[in-house]
Design a protein around this ligand. Structure first.
Ligand code: UD1
Length: 366
């Protein structure tokens, strides 16, 4: 059985690592890795391969950045001959980035089954590019692996046959569980001159937040007040840094002396900072899940989440982008007035093993 596994952007690397490891228990499966090149900076790509022991890609498409249409199309054009050459039994995609949908479309049109890991998540916000990627990928996938019950329910509502849907847990948490012991001895937060549990960690990269000046101004109004009370560490995605360098907000942020602007961090450095933070502010999807697992309070600066379980039983508060709501959520954390969180079912470090076991059993029956 030959499977082409696709990665392109930073969160994909974290998700593919445990799957590449789990394949090793099945000599009958030949698992090849294809990197589309959607992310290409060392800090956004190579460092993750090194830290997470991901094998070097068998194929690198080298596509790079572009508009949604240009990037998605370039990945499709580059991936099609790879599929024709390798004639895989399946193409496995993870998450919801442009590489995910591009490779799913190519495979399906060549009658190759698509396996989607992290299927069924829905923000119900079609202005979000990832939501389109999720809907399209799920509609054409043959095996759909879900991280939480909402994903199973969404797929059921959309008419996906039950025998194609598997609730398996979360491969991103598999990686976290495996890497956690390596945090011993790291001194990331000490080196940034902050104290254990006495700083906030901030990430922002969604176009809806950082490309819209009105929204970004509202978020900065809240952060300006919070940093007077709590130092904030802000590792910046290249998109955010570009916007700040060329937009009106760079100087304003520079004046907020308790916000430390940092380059993107490697996986372990970021995990270390997340594990010791008092609170995490983010618009990322994966960080909502990682903070839930770590039981670190998370304030999600978005209007919706495709990961509702992190709010229902985890540490996540979905607050939108209004200044007063961000500040109110911060106050609720200071006051310790939140319910005791718990862990979602099957977030136990073994999702990838369940996925590869199911592929081994059921793919030949498709
Ligand atoms: C992509 C995903 C998003 C995910 C995020 C994680 C899509 C639609 N979006 O968003 O879901 O949360 O990755 O990081 O696929 N850039 C660099 N170096 C790089 C990569 C990007 O400088 O290695 C800059 C470029 O200016 C590029 C911009 O970042 O144009 C955006 O990159 P892109 O891959 O298009 O989307 P992300 O915002 O990273």
């Amino acid at each position: 059985m030959k499977i082409l596994n696709i990665v392109g952007a930073r969160p994909n690397f974290v998700k593919i690592a445990p799957l590449m490891e789990a394949y090793k228990a099945y000599p009958s499966i030949q698992a090849l890795l294809v990197h589309t090149g959607q992310h290409y900076d060392k800090k956004m790509s190579d460092s993750f391969f090194e830290t997470l022991d991901i094998p070097d890609p068998d194929v690198h498409l080298g596509v790079g950045s572009g508009s949604h249409a240009a990037q998605t199309a370039a990945i499709m054009v580059a991936f099609e001959p790879i599929v024709l050459q390798h004639k895989p039994d399946a193409v496995l995609v993870v998450g919801d980035v442009n590489s995910t949908v591009a490779c799913s479309l190519v495979a399906t049109k060549l009658h190759i089954p698509v396996i989607h890991v992290e299927a069924g998540l829905r923000s119900n916000d079609r202005t979000m590019p990832e939501e389109i990627n999720r809907i399209v990928t799920d509609a054409i996938s043959s095996m759909l692996f879900c991280t939480e019950v909402s994903g199973v329910e969404n797929l059921h509502r959309e008419g996906v046959p039950e025998d194609r849907v598997f609730l398996v847990g979360n491969v991103m948490i598999d990686t976290l569980v495996k890497q956690q012991p390596k945090l011993q001895g790291l001194r990331t937060f000490q080196e940034l001159s902050v104290s254990d549990g006495a700083y906030g960690l901030l990430t922002l990269h969604r176009p809806s937040n950082v490309d819209d000046p009105t929204v970004f101004a509202r978020i900065l109004d809240a952060l300006e007040q919070i940093q007077q009370d709590l130092p904030l560490l802000f590792p910046m995605h290249p998109r955010t840094r570009n916007n700040l360098q060329h937009g009106p907000f760079g100087q304003r942020l520079q004046r907020m002396t308790q916000i430390r602007l940092l380059d993107p961090l490697d996986y372990l450095g970021f995990l270390h900072l997340m594990s010791h933070a008092k609170v995490v502010f983010t618009d990322s999807g994966g960080i909502q899940e990682e903070t839930t697992f770590l039981k670190i309070p998370c304030i999600t600066i978005r209007e919706n989440t495709e990961r509702p379980i992190t709010c229902e039983i985890g540490t996540n508060q979905l607050v939108g982008t209004q200044t007063d709501r961000i500040l109110a959520a911060y106050q609720s954390i200071l006051q310790g007035s939140l319910p005791t969180p718990s862990l979602p079912p099957l977030w136990d470090g073994h999702a990838a093993e369940r996925i590869v076991d199911a592929i081994h059993r059921y793919l030949p029956l498709l």
